[in-house]
Design a protein around this ligand. Structure first.
Ligand SMILES: *Cc1c(COP(=O)(O)O)cnc(C)c1O
Length: 400
């Protein structure tokens, strides 16, 4: 895939360069390399009917603009919008739809997105069908005369299913649906859905983009002038915008995204193999493991990401496994430098009703690992110790 983007001065800059250089050269008055945080909420008008481009900080803020320009360029879109969380990004984009509209959605998806759709937006007259988007025929079968959009996660959360983004966006374009891709797991360093035909990309910036488990943020990127203007109006109108301080913190994290993603992926690939060979584990989910999905992932992405899930052999081993981890934290997030483990059944996916969870495969033996950038041997040793202890404690009543 073409990793280069045409820069305004005709040089072709690589993504690593765009990331490291975010904000540099944009503060003309002082030459500040790290772009300043503009806390001011109000901006003076030079004269009646004139504006510096900044009037009121909800509409536009100079620090936020740098971040929004950066994510738009990285995703290859026309406009970027920074929001107060990933959920705020999704809620803002959903403002494009109206009462009566129907959307097709990835079957196995972030639990908070499911909750927003079913507990909030369904009361506003939107309806949703959850479909395994690997099956193009199932997508067509789920279409109704009221279908207006499709919402894709790839790889999915937590089962790392790979959707052929281009195939789905081709259907959406042909049938006149808005295609929205949640690109949180891959980031624009590894996957650019707009180039595959999507209309809107969104992110939880809280995860890989921020990368340090210290900022809550969301991002939206749109293609085309008309759609960008509509989302700009919703962003300002709804007002779930990112603060100047958090915009700065997110940019600070993004500068090292390329290095971090390389390490996350390298470690995750090795841990997926390690877990596959461990006798206490009976299934591992990582986008490189299924031959068909691997082919799609290789064609549409640069790498397989830093997330994996696995099923431990016995549900009773789960509490012991979590108790014996000494390095990897049992905590509910992903994409940071520190490795975290999550138990989707009671955490991220607790709001999804049990029958649906079971259908999707989020059972009570499933654990999700956000692989950090620590030394691989330390991670392997931690997992190995906790799995062995869990197995022997439950089987024999005492640890090894
Ligand atoms: C975390 C997450 C969200 C929600 O983002 P917040 O920043 O927590 O609001 C949405 N989609 C995916 C895939 C996520 O992992």
């Amino acid at each position: 895939m073409d990793r280069d983007r045409c820069h305004h001065n005709q040089e072709r800059l690589h993504r690593e360069t765009l990331l490291a250089q975010i904000g540099n050269g944009r503060e003309e008055r002082t030459g500040a390399v790290s772009f300043p945080v503009y806390h001011s909420t109000a901006y003076q008008h030079p004269a009646l009917g004139e504006s510096t481009g900044y009037d009121y900080t909800r509409t536009a803020n100079p620090t936020r603009t740098i971040l929004e320009d950066a994510i738009a360029e990285l995703e290859g879109g026309d406009a970027g919008f920074a929001t107060s969380s990933g959920m705020a990004a999704i809620q803002t984009v959903m403002g494009l739809f109206s009462q009566g509209d129907h959307l097709i959605v990835s079957l196995d998806l972030y639990g908070g997105t499911y909750r927003l759709f079913e507990e909030v937006l369904s009361r506003y007259g939107l309806s949703f069908s959850y479909v395994d988007l690997r099956d193009v025929e199932a997508v067509k079968a789920a279409a109704t005369p009221h279908t207006r959009g499709i919402f894709v996660e790839s790889p999915t959360n937590p089962l790392m299913r790979v959707t052929n983004i281009k195939a789905i966006c081709d259907i959406a374009n042909k049938w006149g649906w808005l295609s929205i891709v949640d690109n949180t797991f891959m980031t624009p360093y590894c996957q650019r859905p707009l180039a595959l035909g999507a209309d809107v990309v969104l992110h939880s910036g809280t995860k890989y983009l921020g990368g340090h488990n210290d900022v809550l943020a969301g991002l939206i990127v749109t293609k085309g002038e008309e759609l960008s203007a509509k989302v700009a109006a919703l962003h300002n109108g709804i007002g779930a915008v990112l603060s100047p301080q958090d915009s700065w913190l997110l940019m600070r994290g993004m500068k090292t995204l390329a290095l971090r993603m390389e390490k996350h992926q390298e470690n995750a690939m090795a841990l997926a193999q390690f877990l596959q060979n461990h006798p206490a584990v009976d299934e591992v989910f990582y986008p490189s493991l299924d031959p068909e999905e691997r082919k799609i992932q290789e064609a549409q992405s640069d790498g397989f990401g830093g997330m994996l899930s696995f099923r431990i052999r016995e549900a009773e081993w789960v509490p012991e496994f979590l108790r014996y981890l000494r390095l990897i934290s049992f905590a509910e997030s992903l994409g940071g430098v520190e490795s975290l483990v999550t138990y989707p059944a009671t955490q991220t996916h607790a709001d999804i009703p049990e029958p649906i969870r079971r259908k999707v495969g989020v059972c009570d033996r499933l654990l999700r690992l956000s692989v950090g950038i620590e030394h691989l041997n330390d991670l392997t040793a931690d997992l190995s110790y906790a799995l062995d202890q869990a197995r022997s404690t439950v089987t024999t009543g005492k640890g090894v």
